[in-house]
Design a protein around this ligand. Structure first.
Ligand SMILES: [Zn+2]
Length: 325
């Protein structure tokens, strides 16, 4: 493993921390660059990326990452840490949900190694962003903490998440990292067949608060969770401080059959029973168009906002809840 941690022209020799910018692309009025911090620990260990803000209107994760940029000291760390608190700065600047106001793409679904060529239309800033972030940052990492939360319109249950790979041993370890983060709820997605050859670091995702708010108590939990994962990975001294029990669940969505005004009877984190009416959709004359019933026992992972188009997601539900120790 090389001694110096390097991202583009930014270099952190062993035992140092440097702040700078990751250059993404040239924009019409100047450079598009995003803040990045490199922390090269005094001792050997894995390379961890902590990023927030793939979605720019989710705030508790980025606030935690910014605090970690200040807090983490190279002399306490075994390994290397790269922190990018707000990947999608264009969305952040514009209070934009999910995508960004330039090319409208949600970058989580647009990771590429090469920026696609051809055609006119919107600029391809999201592709430049994902390809640069992947090539310069994610590719050199062993592990990643990917800090998300609810966007401005989402009431979301706080917890961690990971996607299973199908490799049982790897998945067990990934779950143990989520468990180490220290939140009680762990969203467990099934393996997804993918033709994408890109190799991503083993990742702990977070869903930290929502509805466009940044709350100091949740930010503190994000900071503690990241340090817990670093403890689990042997990157800092000590054992993770976690609650005695946690619960895993499988996510699925409920979709609106009608457009209209959506009113929810439940909040994120509520436990629900099969057949329960979670909410209603009315037209703007007050007539009920639809009652939304939940088809399984479960927990409310996400509730969206009142303005609903036909086919919109109204809830994300967690089913098959299992207690783990
Ligand atoms: Zn997100």
């Amino acid at each position: 493993m090389p001694d110096t941690l390097k991202v583009q022209k930014l270099e952190a020799p062993r035992g140092t921390k440097v702040h700078g910018y990751l250059h993404i692309m040239d924009r019409p009025s100047g450079k598009h660059e995003i803040p990045i911090t490199l922390i090269n620990g005094k001792r050997d260990g894995p390379t961890l990326v902590i990023n927030g803000g793939e979605h720019g209107s989710e705030y508790n994760g980025p606030a935690g990452a910014i605090a970690l940029m200040k807090k983490l000291r190279p002399e306490d760390i075994s390994g290397k840490v790269i922190i990018v608190p707000m990947v999608n700065t264009l969305a952040f600047e514009s209070k934009w949900m999910h995508g960004n106001p330039i090319d409208y793409r949600d970058l989580t679904g647009h990771y590429v190694e090469e920026v696609p060529r051809g055609g006119s239309g919107h600029p391809k800033v999201t592709y430049y962003l994902t390809s640069t972030f992947y090539r310069e940052v994610l590719k050199q990492a062993d592990y990643r903490i990917n800090l998300h939360g609810g966007d401005i319109e989402e009431d979301l249950m706080t917890g961690t998440m990971y996607r299973q790979s199908g490799d049982a041993e790897k998945d067990r370890f990934n779950l143990s990292l989520c468990r180490a983060f220290g939140w009680e709820w762990i969203r467990e997605s099934r393996p997804r067949p993918s033709s994408n050859p890109m190799k991503f670091p083993l990742s702990v995702g977070t869903e930290a608060g929502g509805m466009g708010r940044c709350q100091s108590d949740i930010v503190e939990e994000v900071i503690r969770g990241c340090v817990n994962v670093m403890k689990k990975l042997g990157m800092v001294e000590g054992e993770p401080v976690i609650p005695p029990k946690a619960y895993t669940y499988q996510p699925y969505h409920l979709y609106a059959e009608h457009g209209g005004f959506f009113i929810s009877n439940v909040r994120a984190g509520d436990l629900v029973k099969e057949g329960q009416v979670l909410g209603i959709i009315k037209d703007l004359f007050g007539e009920t168009l639809e009652e939304i019933k939940v088809p399984t026992d479960g927990v409310i992972h996400m509730v969206t906002s009142p303005s609903i188009w036909e086919g919109d997601v109204v809830y994300e539900i967690g089913k098959d809840i299992k207690e783990i120790v």
